[in-house]
Ligand binder design. Structure first.
Ligand code: ATP
Ligand code: MG
Ligand code: MG
Ligand code: MG
Length: 439
């Protein structure tokens, strides 16, 4: 992409309303624009990152054997009356009436809708196990939308639902989700720690939230510092292997790690003092096993092996895709701007032409641009007439992992400058070698 043809409305001023770094930087880097409280337009740069995260989530869910689909944003209130949640859900639900006076709502989540699909089409235990998911906009009328996309009212979420014959099978689905989430967050350059969360009125131990440690996080968390040494890495996983998934769950959840809702000071005291940590975190996902909570009232049963109808065991599993854009920036920035992890960066390399209009500099930039594209990577070429200082400031702000700076002086010696955004380190290299290094 050539910057002169792109739409990147960067702001020089720090917007006064933004209280935390990620919100400030997303506004300044021209990634989002507020449309109304807690509702944002995703401008081209922000949209690119959102799409990258969405793709990673799709790839990891499909790898785990979960099946993508798409449900609508608007739902009929009738299904929610069946489950009993129409009245229970409260003020966070945006209720809408259509021209025929039918009660509708903008979905805050999809348990009812998916259960209805399931009961309409699945009748036998032989069709199980089944896990369906979608990535769709949600609406929750948050009392205090804030921190930009971190606590929006309209937000983009992956939600998946497993249907199983037995509790045991449903717990394997739970473990599969935990494993796939660990992989997903690591690919985004994040450490998200599974923490024991509050099961709510249904109770039980079968819910974990995934938290990214950050001072600006809204949750207070308590954990054994050993947990931050764990990495999923590139280990091979067979998602059908019950014992293997269970072992990963045990590895990642056996140490103390809880949010304030489930924190137990007496148990925490048993962690050696030097390893006890109290910090803040951003909730980027949650997994849940809830048994027959929806299948029973909504009649989602299958015929079991003995011919008798049994309500299916279900769970739901969410990833906050749009919140993750903010969470990644919270975890990875400096005072100049964003520092994108390689896996999610909107462009791979910025090319800065120090003397636009100089035929040699222009030709060198064009050649670099083409060879980066030939590698299957996306360059962002700053071919504008801006001063060098302004070009560097924009590059630092938008945080691409690499910058190649091209100017007449360097070209006389056959070199360009390659700069790493994360370390700030620079080296002079012939153009071909600079391209090789970013590949
Ligand atoms: P929170 O505790 O932050 O209100 P939640 O527990 O209500 O979140 P879930 O129902 O678990 O949210 O939804 C799954 C994921 O969706 C959350 O882990 C979070 O990452 C994301 N999410 C929830 N609410 C919002 C929001 N208002 N804006 C952006 N993302 C959100
Ligand atoms: Mg909430
Ligand atoms: Mg929560
Ligand atoms: Mg949650």
């Amino acid at each position: 992409m050539r910057l002169s043809r792109y739409f990147l409305p960067v702001l020089k001023e720090t917007p006064a309303e933004a209280q935390i770094a990620s919100h400030r930087l997303m506004l300044r880097a021209g990634m989002i624009k507020q449309a109304s409280a807690g509702i944002y337009s995703w401008l081209p740069l922000g949209f690119k990152v959102l799409r990258k995260l969405e793709n990673i989530v799709h790839e990891e869910q499909m790898r785990a054997g979960h099946i993508p689909m798409l449900m609508p944003t608007l739902q009929s209130a009738d299904l929610w009356r069946e489950s009993g949640r129409y009245d229970d859900y409260g003020e966070e639900m945006l209720r809408i009436t259509d021209r025929h006076d039918r009660d509708m709502l903008y979905g805050p989540t999809n348990e009812e809708l998916i259960t209805d699909i399931f009961r309409s089409h699945v009748g036998s235990y032989k069709d199980l196990p089944l896990t369906l998911y979608h990535i769709q906009w949600k609406f929750r009328d948050e009392i205090r939308p804030r921190f930009g996309v971190m606590r929006g009212r309209e937000f983009f979420m992956k939600d998946g639902y497993n249907f199983d014959l037995t509790k045991e099978d449903a717990l394997h689905a739970y473990n599969r989700h935990l494993v796939s989430y660990l992989r997903t967050y690591e690919r985004m350059g994040l450490q998200a720690i599974p923490m024991r969360a509050d099961g709510g009125p249904i109770g039980g131990d079968y819910t974990h939230e995934f938290l990214v440690l950050a001072e600006t996080g809204e949750s207070e968390v308590f954990y054994d510092s050993e947990i931050t040494d764990l990495r999923f890495g590139d280990r091979e996983i067979d998602y059908d292997d019950v014992a293997q998934c269970q072992a990963v769950l045990e590895e990642f959840t056996s140490r103390y790690a809880r949010t304030d809702e489930t924190h137990d000071e007496a148990v925490f005291q048993q962690v050696p003092e030097g390893r006890r940590r109290v910090a803040r975190g951003i909730e980027v996902g949650q997994i849940f096993y809830f048994g027959t909570k929806y299948s029973e009232p909504m009649g989602a049963t299958v015929q079991g092996p003995d011919g008798k109808p049994v309500p299916v065991h279900m769970g739901s599993h969410g990833i906050g895709v749009s919140r993750l854009v903010g969470a990644i920036i919270e975890a990875s920035h400096d005072d100049k701007g964003i520092i994108w992890p390689e896996g999610v960066t909107p462009f791979h390399v910025g090319i800065v032409n120090l003397k636009q209009g100089d035929s040699e500099a222009d030709a060198a930039c064009e050649a670099i641009y083409k060879s980066i594209e030939a590698l299957g990577l996306e360059p962002l070429y700053d071919d504008t007439d801006d001063r060098a200082g302004a070009k560097f400031a924009t590059q630092d702000l938008i945080g691409l992992p690499w910058r190649i700076t091209v100017g007449p002086r360097g070209l006389k010696n056959g070199v360009v400058e390659l700069t790493c955004r994360r370390t700030g380190g620079s080296e002079e290299l012939p153009p071909e070698q600079a391209v090789e290094k970013v590949a």
